[in-house]
Design a protein around this ligand. Structure first.
Ligand code: F6R
Length: 607
């Protein structure tokens, strides 16, 4: 799971390259390198473990003149299998020091290939990619493209592979299967990356490569092929929001993105809802409901999965449509019953998540109806779904997901309401929720105005290494998401349970060092949650109470986070802000590296 960036140019480009690497670093940050070749067939290669800043210091320290170098590749790595060492850092090269290879994803048959190649070549790293470099030497015939085809026949997926040949310095060849790859075009300059985000400073014009296509970039331009056939692919415009990378006055991107949640909600609904007429307008949804399905299945991972879970609640409770949710990693390997009476919804913030994309392929192969909530224009999954709605929350820079969660909730709620209205269900209730949605953005902003109180609580509880988050019914996944955020960035342990489950076993873990966050903002289940909390208080253990303003029982508990009153269906929007802030302030107090939590990558492009 790495970020690749390459281009051909005729001048010193180190500062640009390092900048572009930094723009990929939001996703991967275990090691980085830069490799360049010039017309005299000289190679300059620098590698560094961990941050791009380490690589920058190394390069700047050497102060080497790279003016006449023209073929550049750079890469940030997230270690999927092997240790973070310079030897394991790409690019990997052949024994004859001729072929330099960079690769995303995993070559699944690399062990067998390596056993054979070890008889002839010395290996210096543990990686599968080094096997590919050795294969180029072993199978070389005529030129890079001919050899590439022979190499691709040997390796078992998946990959985005770039290869440079020292003997032919003004050429890079790229091939892809499953792993994303885009060509960026800016007047006469050509760039390639695994992420259009890395090219956003340069161009809006992109060509996305499909599986089994390969591209040759040389001094005559770019040439895309599928097998022997030369393709004439059109470029498309991909917009990026320049504000994404600006931190403004915030300390971390996570903080900034939490503060954007009310605006993201506003954007998600503004162009679809007419509050005066109580209507939701969407051509895409009109077409979608014409598919005449009887049930919905939603497939996603991580935070997107928790938003799917809330969405399932909306579809069942509001639209009366049976809805099942699946974690992508599990759906892939279960027995499938795909039929044309089911709508399959896929959610992914990055839209490159391999597990979710694999599920989409499974459903498509069996002719299921597919629909996507898409954040990245031109991304792999976006191109595969039958219909989709684009996110208007722009790129999330920090690793864990925040504002995309809000956007997903907003769109799933709109979908459920739209469908509800079409099915002629209780119109009064529909109007009630819709009217309340008009003031929701202000209520979300009000939670942010309360940030200092949440900060004080987070600091007070940051010494506890374990925590439970409890809620029940429709909105239990918000407890799961709050707990996920806490453990993801603080490295403290936390779990979420439906509160009714507490006495079935989790209570045995609770003691004076194990606080319970109980979420109880609405009248529905209020009494039941109170009685669960009494089970905790009867033992004198700690309860943090997340409740609506003016809750009459708030003095009974140790500490309180107050949330503006809303109906049950809208509480996920406000509470998720409060819980994200709680996790953020806890991590900040513990001096965690919040935007780059240990061991994680933003976009999980391998299985
Ligand atoms: C958690 C988080 C991850 C992602 C998951 C799916 O904060 O960010 O759990 O939600 O990896 O990613 P996408 O939505 O890009 O498919």
């Amino acid at each position: 799971m790495c970020g690749i960036f390459a281009y051909l140019w005729d001048k010193e480009a180190t500062p640009y390259l390092l900048n572009w690497l930094r723009s990929l670093e939001y996703r991967w940050y275990d090691s980085a390198w830069v490799c360049v070749i010039n017309n005299e067939k000289n190679i300059y290669l620098k590698k560094a473990t961990w941050r791009v800043s380490n690589l920058a210091s190394k390069i700047q320290g050497e102060n080497k003149n790279l003016n006449n170098f023209n073929t550049w590749i750079a890469h940030t790595r997230w270690a999927t299998h092997w240790k973070v060492t310079e030897n394991n850092t790409h690019p990997h090269f052949s024994n004859n020091d001729r072929f330099y290879v960079v690769h995303n994803w995993i070559i699944e048959n690399y062990i067998d290939l390596k056993k054979e190649l070890e008889k002839k070549y010395d290996f210096y790293s543990d990686t599968d990619t080094e096997v590919v470099a050795k294969l180029f030497e072993d199978l070389f015939e005529k030129d890079l493209v001919t050899t590439l085809k022979k190499v691709l026949n040997k390796i078992e997926w998946a990959y985005a592979i770039a290869v440079m040949d020292k003997e032919n310095p003004f050429e890079i060849v790229w091939a892809k299967l499953w792993s994303p790859l885009v060509v960026g075009i800016w007047i006469w300059e050509l760039f390639i990356s695994s992420d259009s985000n890395a090219l956003k400073w340069i161009t809006k014009e992109f060509i996305s490569l499909e599986d089994n296509e390969y591209v040759v970039i040389n001094n005559t331009g770019y040439h895309i092929y599928s097998g022997e056939e030369k393709l004439n692919k059109k470029s498309e415009e991909i917009e990026h929001n320049e504000d994404d990378d600006k931190l403004w006055n915030f300390t971390h991107y996570m903080e900034k993105e939490i503060y954007q949640m009310p605006e993201v909600y506003g954007n998600a609904i503004s162009w679809k809802v007419n509050f005066e007429e109580h209507t939701i307008w969407s051509n895409t949804l009109e077409k979608l409901w014409n598919l005449d399905f009887e049930k919905i299945e939603i497939i996603a991972s991580g935070t997107s999965y928790y938003s799917a879970w809330v969405g399932a609640g909306y579809f069942e409770e509001l639209s009366g449509i049976p809805t099942t949710i699946h974690v992508s990693t599990e759906f892939k390997y279960k027995r499938h019953f795909i039929d044309d009476k089911t709508l399959y919804i896929f959610i992914s913030q990055s839209w490159e998540t391999a597990d979710t994309r694999d599920c989409l392929k499974i459903v498509k192969e069996r002719w299921g109806h597919t629909f996507g909530l898409v954040n990245v224009v031109g991304s792999t999954i976006a191109r595969l779904t039958d219909m989709w709605l684009y996110t208007h929350c722009w790129t999330e820079i920090w690793v864990a997901s925040t504002k995309a969660f809000t956007w997903n909730l907003a769109v799933l709620l709109l979908m459920a309401l739209h469908l509800w209205n079409k099915r002629d269900l209780d119109y009064n209730k529909y109007r009630e929720i819709l009217s309340e949605m008009e003031s929701l953005q202000d209520k979300m902003t009000k939670v942010l105005a309360n940030a200092n109180k949440i900060k004080a609580l987070a600091e007070k509880y940051s010494k506890y290494k374990n925590m439970f988050y409890l809620w029940r019914n429709l909105l239990f996944p918000i407890a799961l998401e709050g707990s996920l955020k806490l453990k993801e960035i603080t490295y403290h342990h936390s779990e979420a349970y439906p509160s009714g489950e507490l006495k079935h076993w989790p209570l045995s873990l609770v003691d004076e060092n194990f606080p319970v966050v109980s979420i109880n903002p609405t009248w529905k289940f209020y009494e039941k949650n109170i009685s669960t909390m009494k089970e905790v208080k009867a033992r004198d253990w700690i309860v943090i109470w997340v409740v609506s303003e003016n809750d009459e029982n708030k003095n009974l508990y140790d500490d309180v986070i107050e949330i503006p009153n809303t109906s049950l269906e809208l509480t996920p929007f406000t509470i998720s802000i409060a819980l994200d802030l709680f996790a953020y302030f806890t991590a900040n107090h513990l001096w965690r590296e919040i935007d780059k939590p240990r061991n994680l990558a933003k976009s999980v492009t391998v299985e």
